[in-house]
Design a protein around this ligand. Structure first.
Ligand SMILES: CC(C)(COP(=O)(O)OP(=O)(O)OC[C@H]1O[C@@H](n2cnc3c(N)ncnc32)[C@H](O)[C@@H]1OP(=O)(O)O)[C@@H](O)C(=O)NCCC(=O)NCCS
Length: 179
């Protein structure tokens, strides 16, 4: 009980601090969710204070990787208890909730756009981009741009940078073997 209250206090602090100082809000989010059991493989670039993580059952189902960006109002879901309601509607009331609990992983340097929803079980690859407002299920491959509801892959994020951010692409080329 005390543990739950402490967690609620810190998450409320993130919500209050985040809009005032986004960087502090992000740092606090990482610290609090790490303590709550969420998995971190390196340090994310940014975790918005109003992103929502489904830790109802277990925050350890969520993994955030090095350099990833979680924009505002993103929602990451790890459970779905709809079968419990369906069974109840059909007259079968189970003692314990029936449903799925599946992990979600956001890969290194992946960008999750504003208001996106990541469904239970999805995996976002390295350097992938999820467009604002998208609803993602399944796997988004490395460097893919996925948009829409349901999200589909529309392009390669490296081509997007090459086409629209030419100066940065050239500076990358001069310091690495990317072509
Ligand atoms: C996904 C994204 C990177 C694509 O950028 P882009 O390549 O410049 O996109 P364009 O504007 O050229 O659009 C390309 C196509 O994708 C569609 N599209 C782009 N973003 C979309 C989105 N979020 N949802 C649905 N469709 C989208 C466009 O309508 C367009 O479709 P069309 O070819 O049929 O006309 C960008 O649109 C996006 O969503 N960025 C995230 C912004 C964000 O969340 N910022 C948070 C600030 S912290």
């Amino acid at each position: 009980m005390v543990k739950k209250l402490r967690k609620a206090f810190w998450i409320a602090s993130i919500r209050i601090l985040g809009p005032l100082r986004p960087r502090w809000g992000s740092n606090l989010s990482v610290r609090v969710y790490r303590n709550a059991g969420m998995r971190f493989e390196g340090d994310p670039t940014f975790v918005a204070s109003d992103a929502w993580f489904d830790g109802t059952n277990d925050y350890s189902l969520i993994t955030l990787s090095e350099g990833c960006n979680i924009s505002g109002n993103v929602q990451i879901l790890t459970h779905d208890l709809s079968p419990y309601c369906v069974l109840a509607a059909m007259g079968r009331r189970e003692r314990t909730p029936v449903g799925r609990r599946l992990p979600v992983r956001v890969g290194p340097h992946a960008f999750i756009g504003l208001g996106a929803i990541l469904m239970p079980g999805c995996t976002i690859g390295r350097g992938a981009v999820v467009g604002a407002g998208s609803v993602v299920r399944g796997n988004v491959p490395d460097y893919a741009i996925a948009i829409g509801n349901p999200a589909t892959v529309i392009a390669d994020a490296r081509d997007y940078v090459k086409e629209k951010f030419l100066d940065e692409w050239h500076s990358l080329n001069s310091t690495s073997s990317v072509d």
